[in-house]
Design a protein around this ligand. Sequence first.
Ligand SMILES: Cc1cc2nc3c(=O)[nH]c(=O)nc-3n(C[C@H](O)[C@H](O)[C@H](O)COP(=O)(O)O)c2cc1C
Length: 172
Amino acid sequence: MDFLNLCKERYSVRQYDSRPVENDKLMMVLEAGRLAPTACNYQPQRIFVIQSEEARAKLAALTRMSYGAPVSLLVCYDRNESGKNTPKTFGEDYDGGEMDACIVGTQMMNMATELGLGTLWARGFNAQQIHDAFGLPENIVVSFLLDIGYPASINVNRHTPRKELSATVTEL
Ligand SMILES: Cc1cc2nc3c(=O)[nH]c(=O)nc-3n(C[C@H](O)[C@H](O)[C@H](O)COP(=O)(O)O)c2cc1C
């Protein structure tokens, strides 16, 4: 699909059918994330694949944001490996890990769309609860969930209207 059309066609899928995500498609999604740019190319993203019945049940017990998707990717970053601005280097404290994770997530979301899959990006949950439930190490920061699956035939497309460019873009 032409990229601009892909951006127009993608919407947040909040109802999935029971069809599993083929492993080769999942691997292509993960590969698109692997190729993402990251600060200093440190690649701090850590992605946890939630697709076993046990893992999905654990997630579903903590948040409804998996929306019954057959696969949820818990996208995290390793704060020990992310690129940082420090008071010494740039006169400020800034951790680029979250931004890196979001670029990885965006590439995976778009790849999934290209493959005919639906996705939902979600952050409406308690990250610490999920971190602890899956026994993640202390240096791993949970960033967001990317649900992936085939959209149910009846889906509520809440693809909301976008603001005009003039409302969000300003030339300085
Ligand atoms: C950072 C972020 C957090 C989001 N968190 C949630 C969420 O917790 N639950 C949910 O249903 N949708 C969530 N969404 C989806 C947005 O609501 C959705 O992308 C937006 O309304 C635009 O609709 P569209 O994706 O269909 O174009 C989130 C999206 C982003 C980018």
